[in-house]
Design a protein around this ligand. Sequence first.
Ligand code: G3P
Length: 217
Amino acid sequence: MKFFIDTANLDQIKEANDLGILDGVTTNPSLMAKEGIKGEEAVTKHYKTICEMVNGDISAEVVATDFDGIIAEGKKLAAIHKNIIVKVPMIKEGVKAMHWFTANGIATNCTLCFSAGQAILAAKVGAKYISPFIGRIDDSGWDGMQLIAQIAQIYEVQGYETQILAASIRNPNHIIRAAELGAHVVTSPLESILGLLKHPLTDIGLAKFLEDAKKWQ
Ligand code: G3P
């Protein structure tokens, strides 16, 4: 399973990349706004910096919601760097646009997926990734992991090549469950990635080893 980080924060991207586990980055308009990036020039520069930091797929999201606007914006984003993946919302115009991008050799990540039906449509139009939003489904009282399992089964049975990118991750257990269920990629905040490191018995064991090491060093 590939590990992406879900942030536009350069320090956090560097920290995850330095661990040697990072395969890519996902951003969205909210994450870009959080970094205070404003204007086309600054946005382009920021995406370019991320692409130069991480050797992997970097999702950059369109904000247009009409076909022509999505295509124009997506083309510009794709021209920034060869690793840019154009992130497109799961709406009717988005589906049409993803079909166009696939036909024109531009890879897409279909975002805001909350149902298996949406995942089928994304696969039909050749999206490289489908992003089911696990945490937001859990927040609304449903089970995000059930959706991952359902999409994984459908894609397997149908032989779809679209990769399941589990998004809206809230905790380390989401990452583990997504791995169990066959997600191809998980995109997480740094905190959830670092959470995988933690176990109290590791801390207790290390403290004891270090204490005993003083006896013979
Ligand atoms: O990048 C899309 C997704 O991961 C958003 O997560 O935490 O805003 O639900 P969240």
